[in-house]
Design a binder for this molecule. Sequence first.
Ligand SMILES: [Zn+2]
Length: 430
Amino acid sequence: MLEKDRIAYFYDGDVGNVYFGPNHPMKPHRLCMTHHLVLSYELHKKMEIYRPHKAYPTELAQFHSADYVEFLHRITPDTQHLYENELRRYNLGEDCPVFDNLFEFCQIYAGGTLDAARRLNHKTCDIAINWAGGLHHAKKCEASGFCYINDLVLGILELLKYHARVLYIDIDVHHGDGVEEAFYFTDRVMTVSFHKYGDFFFPGTGDIKDIGEREGKYYAINIPLKDGIDDSCFTRLFKTVIAKVVETYLPGAIVLQCGADSLARDRLGCFNLSIEGHAECVKFVKKFNIPLLVTGGGGYTKENVARCWAVETGVLLDTELPNEIPDNEYIKYFAPDYTLKVSNLNMDNLNSKSYLSSIKVQVMESLRAIQHAPGVQMQEVPPDFYIPDFDEDELDPDERVDQHTQDKQIHRDDEYYEGDNDNDHEDGAR
Ligand SMILES: [Zn+2]
């Protein structure tokens, strides 16, 4: 008899109450809408629901610089006028505004991804879901693209304590630049991002030629796409690439960022995926039966974001959801049809067959290079590891490596704690 997957789902209602501002496209309320759809379809009865811990500043500083974390902790809408230089330095303001409870918001979504990774590490679940997470643009020392803390990098660092190789897959319409950058020089994480590229589309990175460097060469994969890609082109390319990646890389865990701005009709997006097409990718990744951490990400037409992530929660639970949305507190948002399905748009697909096949050929070539090179493939978890820094461009590459090996050794946390990490409460950031 097949055993059912054990699913852990993380949610804190407080995350949906913050407000980025009247004209800002990011609406955290979409997370409440998602959760209420999940409840109305009674999916909560099929999984374990947890309220995540609020990540401590010391946990956030496992990737981010301590001064940046401290500033996020300290800044408020009322005091920000006193810190113009810092706001500029940390890229806070327009896209990444300072709003009430900003830091708590970061603590919750990052805490969810960290808790998810720890449950996977401890094998207390097979799949962990944190729709509030997936903020893939945040950098070590600055905010970017509506993202402040990069929970994905933190979650992957946590998984690396127990797994020799972690695969990161990103189907947000935007390039997963923050995650790629964090692991660009290491073969212990392979990043694969499918995104719109060109026409100055944010963030502007993610060329197919960017494949990683040094130890990380060939361990970053970019799939740059043009406007209007449809379900059949996208899912065919996704399955071909991901099947080969998993076969070649043999990851111990997978992190899947399910940004819903790749759906048709997204306020900021330009792809033409239906929810079924988007969810097909989730279904495909689930079939590998590898410990899986699933997060949200972008998504700016909020009723469709909620639909998409509810359907994908169903996919992860092997539960197909009836198209008619059951009555719930948020039902009015799904007018006039009150259904889950969203049709594709009648729009041109600017990705020609020859363009897509040339991308496929280049990615396959890159993967062949890995197969023929000795690497971490069959190794157990290395005793320790480091994450290269990227803000030291003034150093020549050799010096940079020296500095890393000296300063950036992060030792494996063999004495894993749960409930006795009181020291971490004292963050000293005021
Ligand atoms: Zn996005």
